[in-house]
Design a protein. Sequence first.
Length: 482
Amino acid sequence: MGRFFTTAMLVLLATAAIAQIRVSDNGRFLQTKDGKPFFWLGDTDWELFHRLTREEIELLIATRHEQGFNVLQAVALAEENGIREPNRYGDWPLNNEDPTQLLITPGNDPNNAYEYDYWDHVDFAIQKAAEKNMYIGLLPTWGDKVAHLWGEGPIIFNEVNAEAYARALATRYKDQWNIIWILGGDRPPVYKERGGEGKEYDDRAVWRAMARGIESVLGRDALITYHPSGGTVRSSTFLHNDEWLDLNAFQSGHGSREVDAWNWITEDLNKSPQKPTLDMEPCYEDHPVNPWDGKWTRKDRGYFFAYDVRARTYRTVFAGGCGVTYGHHHVWQFLNEDLYKPINVGDTIIPWQKAIKAEAAGQMQHLKNLMLSRPYFSRIGDQSLIKSRFASNNAEYIAATRDENGSYAMIYLPQNKPVRVDLGAITGDTKNVWWFNPRDGKASSAGSVKGKGTKTFTPPKEGKDWVLVIDDAGRGFGAPGG
């Protein structure tokens, strides 16, 4: 080609320097540009740009950084009346509710109310996250601005303006290294109108237009995924074969403690071409269990607590998830009763400044550290390791993962009961045994075992859930999670 370059080649050359996260060669995980494992540990901060001040944004980011999170998921056009209600500085995102007209003023001085506009505030949050080496999982819009379902909306997008809007965002942030693009915003791409009856809608053309707008600026280096609504519809259901969809995601949601989300991971990974997948919205800590049917009570259903979050997240990751997203019901909405009406909070009110220090929020980093403490890209889910009786319900479901090369295995026990494990898939005549505590991230040695047969392991007496780690002693691994 000599000195001649196509437009596409120039885009790739321009963006190669800032592309940070990409899909691993085996199509199952994420990695940094220098080939190191990237375990997605997200936090749902949907109303971040819309409801927080600069000082509050700094508090949130500092806290989540200390807790080990690396992806903050936030929405440019927010769910809670994000188009018609201004942010904390009195600024709106759009002119005349037109997504092709971003409300932008000259300058960005936060001390000048005219200069500091809505998008300057978004810039600030993204840049503050970058200072902590954290990513913003940026949703261009919440799904109620596209889908004919629930939500305040208004519906403002079509195929033409969606592409123009996404192109404008991608152009604004083309030099910002710490952005992961998330389309969808809690809506399925194909659905029937409210109630599940009547007209069927297919919004894929709009979402594909957004992806096209992003890639027209950033090329294929842009990492793009899709956040669907809760339930069995996943990004893979209708979008898996779209080339722009780099990784799949689903929302196991807040309707039940008994969701078998680990099976959704397995089903996604069995699709071709293989793409990474994760639960982008599991049960939120302190969220009432299924509060939408009018039958919720504290006694009968109660709330999801730290244990529920651990039981959901560990098992999806052990099934093969490339990470997971945590959420707190009072953080995503940034509960502040002086400013905003609470949303589905039952009879519990927790100010967001307190909620960011909830129990599970501090525990999620232990899962990330555990997965990164052993060979990463060769990890697979393998239920054949477990020789205990078949679980009678999902609350008792034990999940196993191992190195496909046999150097280690991990088994998550949601109940404090003995487990029988087949040692045959783990290499080495001698195996080191550890108990990893998902509550504090500490591991204690349980000695060693020999042979390839089946053996029963009994967890420590204290604590409801545990992770059993078995290593090939010859590999010389340190304590898991260390």
